[in-house]
Design a protein around this ligand. Structure first.
Ligand code: PRP
Ligand code: URA
Length: 209
């Protein structure tokens, strides 16, 4: 079964409080999403393997540790996932970036695919899928299904706010995917929005409403 971590850090709690406020404007919203992603990313990368290597400091020879194993790839789910990509790239600047474009049909709430561009060796990489909102779970489940169709087997999912319904769906459909969540909210409303949530993440990141 996947590992699910719901973050419990005062900085994350404080910053999520800021982005929930309806008066928070685009600039502060975007900046804070990026800061929260770095904090969540710190936890989500906790189990990456290390190897020992010999180096020389200006003083003497010593052994240090460096990341070992598969190369990394960050995959934002467009659009709102783009708001998290920069924050994670700050932590792991050598990662490649793939993009998956999905939007929720407002009537059915089902995800509709419109874009997919991934590095050619994506199947050999450790994947970090990012999307601020896990609501019904349809978009995350579909994006991870697309990655598995491209041969990916080592996948993590990071979001800022999850609804219990989406978390359950994602765990049931992809039990091998580790999930790191900034906050677990109460429920979905009748329009599929997370309650209390923060509204439409894509519109708030890009100022489109
Ligand atoms: C939002 C969000 C997720 C999705 C979550 O994207 O960024 O991708 O909804 O909902 P779900 O769990 O019910 O699938 P949206 O479809 O609004 O597109 P956008 O990012 O382009 O605004
Ligand atoms: N997508 C969003 O951006 N917000 C929600 O609350 C649900 C889906």
């Amino acid at each position: 079964m996947s590992k699910v971590v719901v973050m419990d850090h005062p900085l994350i709690r404080h910053k999520i409080g800021m982005i929930r406020r309806k008066e928070t404007g685009t600039k502060d919203f975007r900046q804070t999403i990026s800061e929260i992603t770095m904090l969540i990313g710190y936890e989500a990368t906790r189990d990456l393997p290390l190897q020992k290597v010999e180096i020389e400091t200006p003083i003497c020879k010593t052994t240090v540790e460096e990341l070992r194993g598969r190369k990394l790839c960050i995959v934002p789910i467009l659009r709102a996932g783009l708001g998290m990509a920069d924050g994670l790239l700050t932590l792991i600047p050598a990662a490649k970036v793939g993009h998956i474009g999905l939007y929720r049909d407002p009537e059915t709430l089902n995800p509709v695919e419109y874009f997919c561009k991934l590095p050619p060796d994506v199947g050999e990489r450790e994947i970090f899928v990012v999307d601020p909102m896990l609501a019904t779970g349809g978009s995350a489940t579909a994006a991870i299904g697309m990655l598995k169709d491209h041969g990916c087997r080592h996948i993590h999912f990071l979001c800022i706010i999850a609804a219990p319904e989406g978390l359950k769906k994602l765990q049931e459909e992809h039990p091998d995917v580790d999930i790191t969540v900034g906050a677990l909210d109460e429920r979905l409303n009748e329009h599929g929005y997370i309650v209390p949530g923060l509204g439409d993440a894509g519109d708030r990141i890009f100022g489109t409403k």
